[in-house]
Design a protein. Sequence first.
Length: 167
Amino acid sequence: MNTSIILMAITLVVIALTFSAIAARLKSRSGILSKPWPLEVKPRLLTERERALYQRLVQTLPHHIILAQVHLRQVLEFKRGQRSQSIANSFSQLSLDFLILNPDTSIVAAVELADATHTREDRREADARKSHALQSAGVPLIRWNAKSLPESADILAAIRARPQAVL
């Protein structure tokens, strides 16, 4: 009889400790929402050169939608039944400087503005992954140098070369 009471007491203690541990874990998860995070709004979403190109794109292509800083994971999806986590990891953190869309939101082209940072090894590798992902999905990629932004005529010529563009 004493053994059963001791076993029952041990079982109750173990159950109490388990519930206590679960409650502590749940509290720590919700605790992250109990106070503001140390975040602030960026002063500008785009660099000066990106803002200049954005304005040129909008002015030159008034019947198109121009999106800035778009993550590739918002643009690309895997073919049915062919999802690969390693491939997803290769492009999921990458973003496009601009995405040009037709009025129906179909994609015309992605645009990258290459500045001096694109000569770094890590950026060259990221650019290669970005180019490969877009090429694999059939999305045209236009690269312009930040030092010499394209004029309206250059933008129109690049867009007219894309059969999916509605002009």
